[in-house]
Design a protein around this ligand. Structure first.
Ligand code: AHR
Length: 511
């Protein structure tokens, strides 16, 4: 195997970036395709519990280490009536769902979602409809969900069997309202005003809510920057986060895998641009507040590889197979790299949602009446959530580079590291973006007590296109690397081509 020159960086506990907010390991459940219906929720499946939730899927979600889930959309939320999804299930209306051209039975709604969150120890994050609805419905939903009792809507929740309020802290003020595809799409000034009015009313009900204003729905949007500045100009003191959304994929016929694998560069530039815009608005307002970033939709999404809408002859079907990407090894390596990109900005990216959780561009796949399995991308997320906690340390790497069509010269190493100040442990996350050459890594460990390697886990393989499928669900799984060691105060490792690596270190002599 060809070997690249050694990539190097220094880790020092004195040079921290920020503490990882557990909300960075959030995900997203939308009423879209088979994410909810015939995914998470399938009454009649042998694994279904009394509420119709698949126990096998819940077990995989726990293993994935998801901390929050954003719900119920997505584009779906912009036409959604929350009242349709509460109360006795058999009395709920079926409706035409316009965003994804599907039949919405409303058999799964807010109460079922909260039940799911409680069973998986996940924090709910709720989006309100600012497409077809507005201030009044947002505050009514808030009253239904969070008020203890003694009002019409809180008593209605109690009558629906939920004595305890849901206590939802994080609320999204609509979804992708800058996108022309969005039901109720708005111009920057229109959304800014609606977001301010909604935020203001919601905070009158509960000043402790954390509100997320819609940022741009992608780095490439024509109103990027202007949108955020206009929205925050109106809402700065009322909201806590602004959202970012990114999907990276290869269009049909695009074979530029090197650019695809370097998409973390795009993500980091996007984070820097939105951070600068937030801080510019804060400066003009002479505010002492810092707006945080909620990367509440991110993932690999090859839009040409699965339908985005049902076939016209199918009309409005129930649970159609939409956005079902089968992820490859290369996709998983990029997933790891995107996690690295967000961790490198943990001081500002304090919430994120892998979009989505089940079947729809998801780490978990299911077959109706059949098994559930882990996609390749399951592993980097699960490992980052398990080990990427604590304080992120600055990584300024000296790495061999290569040229990409979309991002110019980029480092072949993409890395970050976290430390747990209580135990002194350190975890390095590293991606080798080279598809052909091994990358030796040398990390100087400065200012730490003596460290030793616990394990080096890698996701790699000969075939960048390898995937986990119904028939072959464990083709791509992490393996342990031997030979990685700390010698003379430096960590030395070999990163195989196209690989995602987790290197865990602990204080020598500790357990
Ligand atoms: O996650 C799929 C869709 O992508 C969401 O509904 C929307 O917000 C985004 O455009």
């Amino acid at each position: 195997m060809t070997q690249l020159p050694t990539a190097r960086f220094t880790l020092d506990p004195a040079f921290g970036i920020g503490t990882v907010n557990p909300r960075l390991y959030g995900s997203f459940v939308e009423h879209l395709g088979r994410c909810v219906y015939d995914g998470l929720y399938e009454p009649g499946h042998p694994e279904a519990d009394e509420a119709g939730l698949r126990r096998d899927v819940l077990a995989l979600i726990r293993e994935l280490g998801v901390t929050t889930v954003r719900y119920p959309g997505g584009n779906f939320v912009s036409g959604h009536r929350w009242e349709d999804g509460v109360g006795p299930a058999e009395q709920r209306p079926a409706r035409l769902e316009l965003a994804w051209h599907s039949l919405e039975t409303n058999r799964f709604g807010l109460g079922e979602f909260i039940d799911f969150c409680r069973k998986t120890d996940i924090e709910p994050m709720l989006a309100v409809n600012l497409g077809t609805r507005g201030v009044e419905d947002a505050v009514r939903l808030l009253e239904y969900a969070n008020h203890p009792g003694g009002t019409e809507l809180s008593d209605l929740r109690i009558a629906h069997g939920a004595e305890q309020p849901y206590g939802i802290r994080m609320w999204c003020l609509g979804n992708e309202m800058d996108g022309p595809w969005q039901i109720g799409h708005k111009k920057p000034g229109e959304y800014a005003r609606l977001a301010r009015e909604t935020a203001s009313a919601m905070k009158m009900a509960d000043p402790d809510l954390e509100l997320v204003a819609c940022g741009s729905s992608g780095f490439g949007m024509p109103t990027l920057g202007t949108w955020e500045a206009t929205v925050l100009g109106e809402c700065y003191e009322l909201v806590d986060h602004v959202s970012l959304h990114s999907y990276y994929g290869l269009a049909d016929g695009d074979t530029d895998l090197d650019s695809f694998l370097a998409s973390g560069e795009d993500m980091e530039r996007y984070i820097a641009a939105v951070t600068a815009t937030c801080d510019h608005v804060g400066a003009t307002l002479k505010s002492r507040k810092t707006i945080m970033l909620s990367y509440d939709e991110w993932n690999v999404w090859h839009t040409d590889r699965s339908p985005m809408a049902p076939a016209p002859e199918d009309g409005f079907p129930y649970a159609p197979r939409l956005l079902e990407n089968s992820y490859t090894l290369a996709d998983a390596v990029l997933t790891g790299s995107l996690l690295i990109a967000m961790l490198r900005h943990a001081d500002r990216v304090t919430a994120a949602s892998l979009a989505q959780l089940v079947n729809v561009i998801a780490p978990i796949m299911t077959e109706p009446g059949g098994p559930a399995w882990r996609q390749t991308s399951f592993y980097p997320f699960a490992q980052a959530s398990a080990y990427g906690r604590g304080r992120v340390l600055r990584v300024a790497a000296d790495s061999p580079r290569h040229s990409t069509g979309r991002f110019g010269e980029v480092d072949l190493l993409h890395a970050t590291a976290v430390t747990d100040d209580d135990t002194g442990s350190v975890t390095v996350f590293a991606v080798n973006r080279s598809r052909t050459a091994g990358l030796p890594l040398d990390v100087e460990l400065r200012g730490f007590e003596a460290l030793t390697v616990v394990e080096h886990l890698v996701l790699d393989g000969d075939d960048p296109d390898a995937r986990n499928t119904l028939r072959d669900p464990e083709r791509v799984t992490p393996r342990t690397v031997t030979g990685t060691a700390v010698t003379g105060g430096a960590l030395r490792a070999d990163l195989t081509p196209l690989s995602w690596n987790v290197i865990r270190l602990r204080r020598a002599g500790s357990r």
